[in-house]
Design a protein around this ligand. Structure first.
Ligand code: OOG
Ligand code: MG
Length: 260
């Protein structure tokens, strides 16, 4: 029997990612992995990435929409780290073989102009720190077989993060009604889902506030210049080789990611 520790959890998940080998939930083997411990494992995993030369570029929220919560069977949002190695430059295809089972989801993305530190951040005070709103997508790739996990499992796995793309159009939030900002998700040119920003905690600013307040519980803050993915607006769709996924946002343009 393995002696599970925070360090071992981070190491096992990093190895699963690097070898593209999915595995069962850690909590099947370590029922004692609670949420606070899982966030510590997530932070250790980040330290490993930094030691390998990656730098933090922001944070992501996950499970902020009902569509995502229903699909994953978890009704609580979470946060995780974004590094420069996860940035997918515009038009770059995804090598499906280099991932385990990639899925794509549309996300409203914020770029912060000011530092944002909780506790007590509201959607309004959070939005005051936003410099620009972009449309974007995330490519998620859980290290757990069949995306089967509990909340502590997925937190430890840096919320299934793999890659993300950000659209070229960045607008100041002032003139936008983000709860009504529409998004269309297409697979090979066929519309498969739609949503508005209200899918994300009623308003994506609410998700941003949630990130600031939950980071504050760990003594952390969102820094100026950081990118924040506010969470998948719809359920994610598989990214297959020879296929493409497009996300289109009202007033923010669209982006396509191809699987090769
Ligand atoms: C967990 C990651 C969730 C989102 O936007 O909701 C996430 C998963 O679905 O595997 O990134
Ligand atoms: Mg996501």
């Amino acid at each position: 029997m393995t002696d599970w520790t925070i360090e071992r959890t981070a190491e096992v998940l990093l190895q699963a990612e690097r070898t593209r080998a999915d595995r069962g939930p850690i909590t099947d083997e370590w029922p004692g992995l609670d949420l606070a411990t899982a966030y510590r494992a997530q932070d250790v995993l980040l330290e490993r990435r930094k030691a390998a030369g990656e730098t933090v570029v922001g944070v992501k929220l996950g499970l902020t929409s009902r569509a995502k919560q229903l699909r994953m069977g978890i009704d609580a949002p979470l946060t995780a780290w974004l590094t420069d190695a996860m940035v997918l430059p515009a038009g770059t295809p995804v090598q499906v073989d280099e991932l385990i089972h990639p899925r794509v989801e549309p996300e409203i993305v914020f770029v912060l102009k000011d530092r944002l530190a909780g506790p007590g951040v509201t959607a309004a005070s959070a939005m005051a720190a936003v410099g620009a709103v972009h449309g974007g997508f995330e490519v998620i790739d859980s290290r757990y077989r069949d995306f089967r996990f509990t909340l502590p499992d997925v937190v430890a796995d840096n919320a299934s993060s793999a890659l993300f793309g950000i659209g070229p159009v960045g607008l100041a939030p002032g003139g936008l009604d983000l709860s009504l900002l529409g998004c269309v998700l297409e697979v090979d040119g066929q519309v498969v889902d739609t949503a508005t920003g209200a899918a994300v905690q009623g308003h994506p600013g609410q998700a941003l506030a949630l990130a600031a307040n939950s980071l504050a519980e760990r003594g952390l803050a969102l820094e100026a210049g950081w990118i924040v993915l506010t969470g998948g607006m719809t359920d994610a769709v598989p990214l297959r080789r020879g296929s493409s996924v497009t996300v289109r946002f009202a007033g923010l343009g669209g982006l396509t990611v191809a699987g090769v």
